[in-house]
Design a protein around this ligand. Structure first.
Ligand SMILES: Nc1nc2c(c(=O)[nH]1)N[C@H]1C(S)=C(S)[C@@H](COP(=O)(O)OP(=O)(O)OC[C@H]3O[C@@H](n4cnc5c(N)ncnc54)[C@H](O)[C@@H]3O)O[C@H]1N2
Ligand code: MOO
Ligand SMILES: [Mg+2]
Length: 403
């Protein structure tokens, strides 16, 4: 077993365990939102499929309209119309115009359009107060070209990308199966919300903040409930967990006599590492139980969330072959001081303003104060042995869903 790893070493070990291909399933478009594509998608069509008009107006020949102005309007004969979806069947000749509506193909013979606001209709004729121009013609393939790949294996299906898949003509999409992530809470003191809280008890918040984080990262959470701090109880629940791609346990990984998760995994599994030089989350444990990777998250509510974010989320991204990194990084100016720690990389919770490029502390930074994760939107990263003073530039990891 390795111990006292750096954050980078720990991440490398966790990612090494994210092996194997997730099965692929085919879903109709309406069920594919938020899923990850398992295939490259090429467009089945050109869009627009031919030159079309971006405005409501008249299509004509530009050379017929040169110099048109309110003082010297040009008069054209209207020979027909082309609403979107109903192309004009004929051809536009000299001195002629066709009434066109946004999205309609440009009629044969025309090479320019004038907006309806710059015209006046007079029966079969139209007066143009401005020259027609080709700038409002959207060329064929302006948006999409047939055969070109616009979405790739590993791309998350965001609203825009789901629409793009539809625009390319695909009714069904191949996506990766969601990785199944077990969530097991441990602790004699842990009680489900809704039950009376005994003296010294604490409501089980970890299961639900982890559930949210798993969903956000594209996994399928499998709630395995809560077990007391007894090795037999932990083992029994783990063995009955069903097929999983990753198991999260919360609590029971530190130095205490009743920190049984570590003991169970040492005895019945293989502990890959225990303890990372970071705060919060220092007691993090990573193990294998049979073939199953297990992240033993420290029980403190902030610690379990931060360690999932830093290790569990990249694990799931790798399994899902995501094209985007699991989180971004940026620099911001500290509006408050942030306290570092000796020999440890520190992740303080902050409120980041992207517009101002500033970050301030959420206040009480104890690992037991979950409000810092509920109202903070970023982690402020401090290298070992470094405090940040007010006004200093600091590294920040936004705690938001990366598209
Ligand atoms: N002597 C030492 N004591 C501790 C150390 C250490 O290095 N030496 N490390 C501290 C750090 S850092 C952390 S983090 C915690 C980690 O503790 P465990 O993973 O063993 O977790 P527990 O002892 O079971 O619980 C810790 C804390 O979190 C609360 N908790 C647990 N589960 C939940 C839950 N599902 N929902 C809400 N809150 C939960 C629990 O009641 C405790 O207050 O150890 C330090 N100790
Ligand atoms: O590292 Mo513990 O995770 O601070 O409270
Ligand atoms: Mg403990």
């Amino acid at each position: 077993m390795r111990t006292n790893l750096s954050v980078e070493e720990a991440l490398e070990a966790v990612l090494e365990a994210a092996q194997g291909e997730l099965a692929v399933e085919e879903l109709p478009l309406k069920e594919a939102f938020g899923r990850v594509l398992a295939e490259d998608l090429a467009s089945l069509v050109d869009h627009p499929d031919q030159d079309d008009t971006a405005i409501d107006g008249y299509a004509c020949r530009a050379e017929d309209t040169l110099g048109a102005s309110p003082e010297a309007p040009v008069r054209l004969r209207v020979v027909g119309e082309a609403p979107a979806g109903r192309p004009f069947p004929g051809e536009v000749g000299r001195g002629e115009a066709v009434a066109v509506y946004t999205g309609a193909p440009i009629p044969k013979g025309a090479d320019a359009v004038v907006r309806v606001e710059d015209t006046r209709r007079e029966g079969d004729e139209v007066l143009l107060f401005a020259p027609a121009s080709p700038k409002d013609i959207r060329p064929k393939g302006d948006d999409l070209r047939r055969g070109e790949v616009y979405l790739r294996r590993g791309d998350l299906l965001t609203p825009g990308r789901l629409g793009l898949a539809a625009a390319m003509g695909h009714p069904r999409l191949k996506v990766f199966r969601k990785p199944r992530v077990g969530i097991l809470s441990t602790g004699d003191e842990v009680v489900e919300p809704g039950e009376p809280l005994p003296f010294g008890g604490v409501y089980n918040s970890n299961a639900y903040s982890l559930l949210g984080l798993v969903l956000e990262a594209g996994g399928e959470p499998v709630l395995l409930g809560k077990v007391p701090d007894q090795p037999e109880a932990v083992l029994e629940r783990l063995e009955g967990a069903g097929p999983l791609d990753l198991l999260l346990t919360s609590g029971g990984v530190s130095m205490g006599e009743y920190d049984v998760v570590r003991k169970v995994l040492e005895r019945h599994g293989e502990v890959v590492f225990w303890k990372v030089r970071q705060q919060p989350g220092g007691p993090l444990l990573f193990a294998r139980l049979g073939g199953l990777p297990v992240l033993g998250l420290p029980g403190n509510p902030v610690s379990s969330m931060v360690t999932f974010f830093l290790y569990g989320r990249p694990f799931l991204y790798k399994l899902l072959q995501r094209t985007e990194p699991p989180y971004g990084r940026l620099e911001a100016r500290a509006l408050t001081p942030f306290k570092g720690a000796k020999g440890k990389k520190v992740f303080r919770r902050g409120v980041l303003s992207v517009a101002e490029k500033t970050v301030r502390s959420t206040g009480n930074q104890s690992s037991g104060v979950l409000r810092s994760m509920a109202f903070g939107n970023a982690l402020v990263v401090l290298p070992p042995d470094r405090d940040a003073r007010e006004g200093e530039e600091v590294e920040v990891i936004p705690l938001t869903f990366v598209p």
